[in-house]
Design a protein around this ligand. Structure first.
Ligand SMILES: [Cu+2]
Length: 120
């Protein structure tokens, strides 16, 4: 996995796909690209958390969050990339603290709600 980091273009996607699940490699190999669309509803988990935006790639529709624990998904705090529409990211910038919700299909996390928290 470390050697992949030199492929800078793919790093964010790689993180998004694997950061949160030791099973991700296995699932990724067999899951179709549109797994979110064809997977049974029970396979998609919903979680919410808080974190800080460390990168935004509007062209790719990605946001990287340094997020705290997400108990619903049994995730520890970490930094990882998520898919997020330009609409959701509107008005947000690197450094913002945010509250967010996501759908996790076992391979990819997609932000469903994200809003800036007041600076503390
Ligand atoms: Cu994570």
């Amino acid at each position: 996995m470390k050697s992949m980091r030199i492929l800078t273009g793919g790093v964010l996607l790689l993180i998004a796909a694997t950061a949160c699940s030791p099973e991700a490699d296995k699932q990724q190999a067999s899951a179709p690209k549109d797994a979110a669309a064809v997977a049974p509803a029970s396979a998609v988990q919903h979680g919410k958390g808080e974190g800080k935006i460390t990168a935004i790639d509007e062209a790719k529709g990605l946001v990287t969050l340094d997020h705290g624990e997400i108990t619903a998904l049994k995730w520890p705090p970490m930094s990882m990339g998520f898919e997020a529409s330009a609409d959701l990211l509107k008005g947000l910038k690197v450094g913002d603290r945010v509250a967010f919700e996501l759908d996790w299909n076992g391979a990819t996390g997609r932000i469903t709600r994200i809003e800036a928290l007041p600076a503390s």
